[in-house]
Ligand binder design. Sequence first.
Ligand code: G3P
Length: 222
Amino acid sequence: MVPAGEGAMKIFIDSADVKEIRDAAAMGLVDGVTTNPSLVAKTGRPFADVIRDIVEIVNGPISAEVLSTDYEGMMGEARSLAKVHPNIVVKLPLIPEGLKATRTCSQEGIKTNVTLCFSATQGLLAAKAGATYISPFIGRIDDAAGDGMEVVEQLVAIYRGYGFETQVLAASIRNPTHVVRAALMGADVATIPYGVLLQLAKHPLTDVGLAKFLEDAKKIPR
Ligand code: G3P
């Protein structure tokens, strides 16, 4: 029998903030972490320090992004990032040089997260190149008047249909509805910002119900 939850959508936290990551991990909500240069910049800390801290907190895939845009540069960064910790997943941009680097990483056994994916065609190429994860940016597709969830749906169908092992990692998630829809579509992973993770747990009736229970508890004779 398959244990409950086996094969269920994994939850990653989309953050480079160690405090947020620790807090979400304490709630059992972190199967992995995705970072990007913007998230690291927000912390005001050096990239290497941030990554070193995250691998200590979370025992799961940790995406760390390269900054080079040429194949040689990307491969240099990918190889040194992969040496930092076995859980490191090298994040590569979905540009032709990034696809070349994805292919070489796959041949060298380096895990990859191909990022900045905005279409099913891009995602198809990433899978063909041997990506471990593909990151369709749902929120940013919606921002440009597209349908981010549709890209997730297409990628899940294409990968399952052809037996690609690349996992669909729904990224640029902006609200709880994105999470529910990603789960319904069978995304392998949703990477969720800390604020949205908290929103997932929130319900006004939970707060009202709890306040009432606590109020009524005062009337219980001691
Ligand atoms: O990690 C990449 C992605 O999740 C970015 O999200 O909200 O900046 O579009 P956002």
